[in-house]
Design a protein around this ligand. Structure first.
Ligand SMILES: Cc1ncc(C[n+]2csc(CCOP(=O)(O)OP(=O)(O)O)c2C)c(N)n1
Ligand SMILES: [Mg+2]
Length: 344
């Protein structure tokens, strides 16, 4: 069914909403995973939490089983088999939900936009072009959500996401670490322009050490996930885009800054490409694979063409008092959603 929670799939979130028993295996039941404790709506939902960490095992008022994930699941399976347990779901019900979600991923992977490449389309091209054994590394921005929902991984140890703290700057440094650890695989940092600008020093280290990695830089002219988040909570958005300050308004309302990340990468001694179309991106990915030095592909994507949420909610604080009617409205929406969240 795919991922669950704020960055989850429609299929998983629907099943979560009505589940009467949830088995959590090694999960921290984080804010994103549980959609701020709103994901499980069955009034009598109970939780069985298999975890080595007693604090996480106790979450959501669960039955804590302190055990290794594999051992715990095997013990549970044995007991259930002895009781001839069968899930109440029909096989076709599950298959239909899964097919519906797969079709949605295909739709997003095929999204067309007249202004340029949609981010989900670019992610789809990367997904089907790189070797299945390649490692992708990501951390912050709109990409981790898109990857969590859409990425089809077919081999173990290929999906490396820092989504505990979602620390901007981990992408390039983490990918360099992965390149050191996995010299026989291609390693790709998937990084937004904002995260790249914040920290990419280890790209230089990879050139220095001659340990190849490839940076896929999704350029959407700013901190677009924060831009979205602000606008979804009653704000007009502030300081999120790489636009020039205009003298008339005194604000950052001018044109987008024409940053050339491919030229910047070349200046450090890397190989680089700029891919504006689907064909150019496919070709650049194939060429990058044949490069022997670290390589950067700049991919301009249309702002706001990342995937959105699927029937989930994230508890983001909104001011109660504001001169802006839309902020007050967003506050009331937040309160209404909070009322639906579990207390423990
Ligand atoms: C070190 C750090 N500072 C701030 C944040 C909050 N934050 C999360 S994503 C983001 C903007 C990321 O911009 P970009 O990398 O361009 O990705 P986009 O949202 O445009 O896809 C910010 C400021 C963070 N996660 N980590
Ligand atoms: Mg960006």
């Amino acid at each position: 069914m795919g991922a669950i929670g704020v960055t989850g799939s429609l299929a998983a979130n629907r099943l979560a909403r009505e589940a009467d028993v949830v088995i959590g295996v090694g999960t921290r039941f984080s804010d994103f995973t549980t959609a701020s404790r709103s994901a499980f709506q069955h009034p009598e939902a109970s939780f069985i939490n298999i975890n080595l960490n007693s604090m996480d095992a106790a979450k959501l008022g669960g039955e804590a089983i302190l055990a290794d994930a594999g051992e715990g699941l095997q013990a549970l399976q044995k007991e259930l088999q002895e009781r001839e347990y069968r899930s109440a779901y029909g096989a076709s019900e599950i298959a239909d939900l899964r097919a519906e979600w797969n079709a949605e991923v295909d739709r997003l992977y095929g999204a067309q936009h007249e202004a340029g490449l949609a981010q989900t389309t670019a992610v789809g091209i990367v997904n089907r072009t790189i070797d299945p054994s390649s490692v992708i590394v990501c951390a912050a921005g709109s990409l981790p959500g898109d990857l969590h929902r859409l990425w089809r991984a077919s081999e173990p140890k290929t999906y490396h996401m820092e989504y505990g703290f979602s620390c901007m700057g981990y992408e390039v440094s983490g990918a360099f670490g992965a390149a050191l650890a996995e010299p026989d695989r291609e390693v790709y940092a998937m990084v937004g322009d904002g995260s790249y600008l914040m920290l990419h020093s280890e790209f230089v280290t990879s050139l220095q050490e001659q340990k190849k990695m490839t940076v896929l830089l999704f350029n959407n002219n700013g901190f677009q996930c924060i831009h979205n988040l602000q606008r979804e909570h009653g704000s007009d958005g502030f300081g999120n885009e790489f636009r020039y300050r205009e003298s008339e308004s005194g604000r950052l309302t001018g044109d987008y800054m024409p940053m050339d990340f491919a030229a910047h990468a070349r200046s450090m001694g890397a190989k680089s490409y700029r891919a504006e179309t689907a064909e150019q991106l496919e070709q650049a990915l194939r060429d990058a694979k044949n490069e022997t030095v670290s390589t950067l592909i700049e991919i301009p994507v249309v702002p706001g063409t990342n995937a959105g949420g699927y029937e989930s909610w994230w508890n983001v604080g909104v001011p109660e008092v504001s001169a802006e009617e839309k902020v007050v409205h967003a506050h009331h929406t937040m309160q209404a959603n909070r009322a639906k969240a579990r207390l423990v």
